[in-house]
Write a protein that binds this ligand. Structure first.
Ligand code: ADP
Ligand code: MG
Length: 632
């Protein structure tokens, strides 16, 4: 193996780059060690909390080292932003993400090769691309960065099988220095990242997960929904509400709007362009709170998020910490509250059991993919095949949930790599009335849609499946505008239209097998299920614990003991003198109704209040008669 040259580090030059391109005064303390390590050519693995500034760490190291800095990231949606950001700093950057044809990729790679120093952003799937594979050795790649590196580990909460491909770059680019960055990794995951990426005597840097400004709290009640609504009503500033499903996201965004909170749902069922709009409106403050599923948030950098609420337990502590960690990046106090019913943990346990792999279902789905794509046994199509899940599900008696799960296992075990085609949005449209221009008079956009539709129906039957792409092209409008106009024409009775469920693009990673020979590795059949269980245990221990929440989190991730935070619900429950002064002393002679008192305290203190009321009742300091408290 060629030794990557480790030159003495020129700190002055690093600072110059920082000032000239980023206009920052200095590095943050936690950025220095990983930057100094990676810039000097050492393999580097760093865990920095969300918002800690990981992008800068690897970008400046890549720039310092010169040549091409290849950045592998799963966040395709954000790559373009990163690339734009670098360009604004006067740096060369290229994104290889998205639907690019052969020619375009070739041109982009030519550019990268010519430029003296360039960032090349790439998704892990893209590494399969034959053109990239054949050109890699020619490219002067000096730095390889793996962002969100926990995705490479089975034990991480966000495993992406495509990430396993990344380590093959080691042989193709032997001289490159490697940087791996993540915000959440347990000790096991860290070790796994080192092994999987074959990091060479890596400098490993971990910075405390503890973010002192985050106030954690778990609220368990008989009617969590009511309490959550109250908490939302009283909330101030920008926030997120994490929910477990798409329908819950819709439900909660409706509820919020009813009580006057500007909000929207965000989940994977919404087409990508619209999702981006929703995200932007939340970033700019036009929406105050999003009701979102776990589809939202990775890589999002909004500093002033004042609260992150969870309407139900997330799947593990890793997800919880990452989602809750989107609060308070600006360092101001921010609330991370989990709302649970008494049976929430039992329910999440049941959900976990449903996640175990079912080999029969997996084989059946595999057969379906092969049938629709006409892939014979032994073949491995060069181009992805297309899969219409809706069509298949109609004929198969399988629930969408189980189908989705089976797809997930097929992806994980490396048979296929599937992607939803957002560009593939289609409408089933039938003409009802003839669309004369005069009937749409005064509505220029409707007229544009009319002529786009007439273009289409000139060559197709009057009841057809129309890709939104063609409507966009011939009308010159955005997808969003097209949808609005279709709705309008439908409302006016000119057309019948229905949005069809999305298509999937299936890449065949391995040659097609006989379905009955499709098996899962031991690591998925047994170890994976066990690790899910262990994680569930860890989360339920967090939820049920009476210890400082920050301490639990820190212990779980790094094994370190830290000071109690004195802010979380459990720390408050340990602070009796504070509660006494605040609540007990304040109970008047003539007594006080519990509801009155409860309504007065901030939602995050409610469970603390009830804890002390129980305690004081037990020690006979108070008496409760007819839901009214009297001091003894
Ligand atoms: P991460 O990927 O670790 O979650 P980002 O790379 O998105 O975090 O950075 C978070 C924010 O911190 C960004 O707005 C970035 O501009 C800012 N930032 C990073 N490094 C510095 C620095 N040295 N000084 C000031 N701001 C910084
Ligand atoms: Mg990041």
């Amino acid at each position: 193996m060629i030794d990557s040259p480790q030159v003495p580090l020129d700190e002055k030059r690093l600072l110059e780059l920082l000032n000239n391109h980023w206009h920052f005064e200095s590095f943050r303390e936690q950025q220095k060690p990983p930057v100094f390590s990676l810039a000097s050519g050492k393999d580097t693995l760093a865990v920095l909390p969300t918002g800690g500034g990981k992008s800068l760490c690897y970008q400046i190291s890549g720039l310092y080292r010169g040549g091409i800095c290849l950045v592998i990231s799963p966040l395709v949606a954000l790559m373009q932003d990163q690339v734009e950001g670098l360009k604004e700093k006067g740096l060369n950057a290229i994104s290889l993400a998205g639907n690019l044809n052969y020619r375009t990729i070739e041109r982009l790679l030519d550019n990268a090769e010519r430029l003296p120093c360039c960032f090349l952003y790439c998704s892990p799937e893209r590494l399969h691309h034959p053109l990239l594979k054949s050109r890699l050795q020619r490219l002067p790649i000096r730095t390889i960065v793996v962002d969100e590196a926990h995705c490479i580990s089975q034990w991480g909460h966000d495993f992406r099988p495509e990430y396993r491909m990344v380590s093959s770059l080691r042989d193709q680019c032997p001289g490159a220095a490697w940087g791996a960055f993540t915000a959440t990794a347990t000790q096991n995951v860290l070790k796994d990242i080192e092994v999987q990426l074959k990091l060479d005597a890596a400098g490993v840097f971990e910075f405390p997960m503890q973010r002192a400004n985050l106030i954690y709290s778990v609220f368990t009640s008989g009617d969590a929904e009511k309490e959550l609504l109250l908490a939302l009503k009283r909330s101030r500033g920008s926030g997120l509400l994490y929910v477990a499903s798409r329908s819950e996201a819709e439900f909660w965004s409706d509820r919020m709007r009813q009580i006057g909170i500007q909000s929207s749902a965000y989940h994977a069922g919404i087409p990508a362009p619209e999702r981006l709009k929703i995200q932007t409106s939340w970033m700019t403050g036009d929406y105050r709170v999003l009701a979102c599923t776990s589809a939202f948030g990775m890589g999002i950098d909004k500093p002033d998020v004042r609260f992150v609420f969870h309407a139900s337990p997330p799947q593990d502590l890793e997800s919880y910490v990452q989602e809750a960690g989107r609060a308070g990046r600006d360092g101001e106090p921010s609330l991370c509250m989990l709302f649970m019913n008494r049976n929430s943990l039992d329910l999440s346990r049941k959900k976990l059991e449903q996640k175990a792999p079912d080999l029969r279902a997996i084989q059946k789905v595999y057969q379906g993919l092969a049938n629709q794509g006409s892939v014979p046994v032994g073949a491995r199509p060069e181009e992805p095949t297309i899969f219409d899940a809706d069509l298949w599900l109609k004929g198969s008696e399988m629930r969408h949930f189980d189908w989705n799960l089976s797809m997930n296992y097929l992806n994980r075990s490396g048979y296929i790599s599937s992607d939803r085609l957002d560009d593939g949005e289609r409408f089933e449209i039938a003409l009802r009335e003839s669309l004369t221009e005069s009937s749409l008079e005064g509505n220029p956009t409707a007229i544009r849609m009319r002529s786009a539709l007439s273009d289409w129906f000139r060559t197709h039957e009057s009841n057809a499946i129309v890709p939104i792409q063609s409507l966009k092209q011939s009308s010159g409008m955005t997808a969003h505008q097209c949808r609005i106009e279709l709705d309008r024409l439908k409302k006016w009775g000119f057309i019948e239209s229905r949005r069809l469920p999305p298509l999937y693009q299936i890449e065949w990673i391995r040659p097609r097998e006989e379905a009955k020979n499709v098996i899962l590795p031991q690591s998925l059949m047994v170890d994976w299920v066990q690790s899910l269980e262990a994680k569930w245990e860890a989360f339920s221990a967090y939820a049920a614990s009476t210890n400082c929440r920050q301490q639990i989190i820190q212990r779980y991730f790094s094994g370190d003991e830290v000071q109690a935070c004195e802010n979380c619900d459990n720390c408050m429950k340990a602070n009796e003198s504070w509660a006494r002064e605040k609540w007990l002393i304040a109970i008047p002679e003539q007594g006080l109704e519990i509801v009155q008192l409860a309504n007065r305290v901030p939602v995050r203190y409610k469970s603390v209040l009830f804890h002390f009321l129980d305690l004081w009742a037990e020690s006979n300091e108070i008496e409760v008669v007819n839901r009214t408290i009297y001091r003894n």
